[in-house]
Design a protein around this ligand. Structure first.
Ligand code: C5P
Length: 398
């Protein structure tokens, strides 16, 4: 997706070992359409060379306030004018202190003061003690008060050998943050609960009954909801997908597990989006040991019981979340989906044709509500998910 098309980003590198991660970041951001102007402090050039960043960004790299390549010699002004954001990554302890105090003694710090309305994103990278130091925390609070957005830091192993908070986000996490920054915040402050993927119903310890669901649509919706500013809990059946950045994932196996997890989370959710392909039946005589083939070749006699309907149960809750259901049909989509919306008692139901959507990267959604139905065009699932989030934001009360 070219979510960063037409976006010009000033990427400021300051002194820290995490500089090496920005080489990869530049490539990934360009794949999403971004144009990147790299500015480096003198310290940053000790960790990665301007030649590397120039070769990757395909544009001149600026390190010096006295650089004569800009005719009016005002790189600190020209670079930020028309830029869509300044991203400081890695942001060192020293550079954050300079930012907090408005110091302007090199090109990067000067352009941060000269930036006008250009948004400032800051990705700290430092040793855990430096991060926890009261002066650093004061500076972070000041930067937030001044309107900067702080990205991370993460916890974990540090280059110095210590473990703790202060690691810079990984390149793909920085990219998720940058993409999210440009998405409209239609669900700011909302809590969104999503079920996704298939469920897996045990026959014996090695065999299960499941549905054909990749989880891609539910995961895309979780990403889109998070980008729109929501706090997202994703209750997921077994899938091979990575958890979307910034989303809390609760992994479950069976429909009963999913029911328990979803009903526990629902009271604190504002919106419930039920995307999971839940097994309609579970095996009640599942075997504790592996079923063996018999000499007579007789197949096991499985007995089934219906699973609870998670969506219908959440929709029935007295002060439960605003509910969105899904219907994957193979035929008569308009008729079946509207009937399902009424049966489940939900204000919005999203229909699609199973044969088109299953395991695919694109989908064609139809939205059903009290006003009728509205078809969205065929879109990559992440774009369809962003459209759906917009549609939900327009419909939720208040
Ligand atoms: O009843 P049906 O499976 O066709 O309905 C689909 C919708 O209901 C989806 O939103 C699905 O996530 C939800 N559902 C559920 N629990 C079930 C069955 C379906 O939440 N046991």
């Amino acid at each position: 997706m070219l979510e960063l098309a037409q976006k010009r980003i000033v990427l400021g590198l300051t002194g820290g070992i995490a500089c090496y991660k920005l080489a990869e970041f530049v490539r990934r951001a360009q794949e999403h359409g971004a144009v990147i102007d790299v500015v480096m402090t003198e310290a940053a050039t000790h960790f990665i060379t301007p030649v590397t960043m120039q070769a990757l960004s395909g544009r001149p790299v600026f390190t010096d306030a006295w650089d004569a390549r800009i005719p009016n010699n005002m790189a600190h002004i020209n670079l930020t004018r028309g830029a869509d954001a300044i991203l400081i990554a890695p942001a060192s302890t020293d550079f954050m202190a300079k930012l907090a105090h408005g110091l302007a003694d090199d090109l990067l710090s000067t352009l941060c003061v000269a930036k006008g309305n250009c948004p400032l994103l800051v990705a700290p990278a430092m040793n855990r003690e430096m991060w926890l130091h009261p002066a650093t925390q004061r500076n972070v609070a000041q930067l937030v008060a001044d309107g900067a957005q702080i990205l991370g830091p993460a916890e974990g192993d540090q280059a110095c050998g210590e473990v703790g908070s202060g690691r810079m986000l990984e390149p793909d996490e920085l990219l998720s943050e940058l993409i999210a920054f440009f998405q409209p915040k239609a669900l700011a402050g909302k809590r969104v609960l999503i079920t996704a993927g298939p469920t897996s119903e045990k026959i014996d310890p090695v065999r299960v009954i499941t549905n054909r669901s990749s989880g891609k649509m539910g995961y895309a919706i979780a990403q889109a909801a998070r980008e729109a500013g929501a706090q997202v809990v994703l209750v997921s059946g077994p899938t091979a997908l990575p958890t979307p950045y910034g989303v809390l994932r609760l992994s479950v196996e069976s429909a009963l597990d999913m029911h328990t997890a979803a009903l526990a989370e629902a009271p604190s959710a504002d919106i419930f989006i039920s995307v999971a392909a839940v097994a309609d039946w579970r095996v009640v005589n599942a075997s504790a040991n592996k079923l063996k083939k018999t000499a007579s070749g007789q197949a096991p006699q499985l007995e089934f019981a219906p699973n609870p309907d998670i969506l219908a149960d959440v929709a029935k809750m007295a002060s439960g979340p605003w509910c969105v259901g899904f219907a994957a049909e193979t035929e008569n989509l308009l008729e079946y989906a509207e009937a399902k919306r009424k049966r489940k008692g939900v204000p919005l139901l999203v229909g699609n044709l199973a044969q088109q959507a299953m395991n695919a990267d694109t989908t064609e959604l139809v939205l059903f509500d009290d006003a009728g139905n509205k078809a969205l065009p065929a879109l990559p699932k992440i774009d369809a998910a962003r459209e759906l989030i917009r549609a939900i934001a327009q419909r939720i009360p208040g």
